[in-house]
Design a protein around this ligand. Sequence first.
Ligand code: ATP
Ligand code: MG
Length: 264
Amino acid sequence: MTVALLQVRGLTKRYLGLTAVDEVSYEVEAGTVVGLIGPNGSGKSTIVDCISGFQPADGGRWLLDGHELTGLSPHRIARAGMTRTFQTVRAYDELTLLDNLCVAAQEGDGVGWLQALGRGSRLRGVERAAEARGRDLLATVGLADYAGAPAGILSYGQRKLLAIAAGMMARPRLVVLDEPVAGVNPTMIRRIEQVIHRLNAEGVTLIIVEHNVDFIMSLCRRVIVLEAGRKIADGPPALIRSDPRVLAAYLGQRGAAERGHGRR
Ligand SMILES: Nc1ncnc2c1ncn2[C@@H]1O[C@H](COP(=O)(O)OP(=O)(O)OP(=O)(O)O)[C@@H](O)[C@H]1O
Ligand SMILES: [Mg+2]
């Protein structure tokens, strides 16, 4: 039996009186693109924050390829093979796109450029490798022409593409994209979808957190649904679309009641 690439078991996160994530378990098979959906505040970003090491969890374990990631820092998790993007794109506007990617590489590199200082040839080697990787990724996301331009000139959708490239700098096996197409126009959504397909074809496993249900349903063969911190469904889009608990979560109790489905 093969072990799933990502195993999350009983993940729990509390903020004061609120249980934002309540005993959530799921697995992600290598080579897949899995959607994670749910209403506002259902705990999607909190799950991403916890498994990527940006927030401490209150319970649960998570493993990548059988290796324990529980409690590790973001850069150790990145080194182990999992990175994430943020719902609110983080970029250094005054730096060029290429320099933004080199900074991302530095942040994701457990060795760190600072430690490499004083070892001049090693530093230059690291810089050259990051630059080459950065140029490749800018080509992958269709921003090669902007490599030397400051990130501040990018459109909102282009910033989302830059964020995906930044998330790929550490050569992750699994990348979690938090709302990659939120607020993005239809043409740019298609471009981002192509980039996701391209990365997946190169062997990268992806978890896509989104509100755009149509986007998720067409992109993913498996979708996980959260409501109020709990996993309420997990399966292929056709099953998810007709799941009474999912309809109730999205339409509210009244909408579900009108369809003859009670909440469990
Ligand atoms: N740092 C925090 N401190 C306190 N409460 C928080 C914090 N971060 C999230 N929460 C709460 O945890 C719950 C889950 O939030 P989370 O951001 O994970 O939801 P989400 O599913 O990503 O929502 P959205 O679709 O709006 O991005 C919400 O009730 C939110 O208010
Ligand atoms: Mg969120």
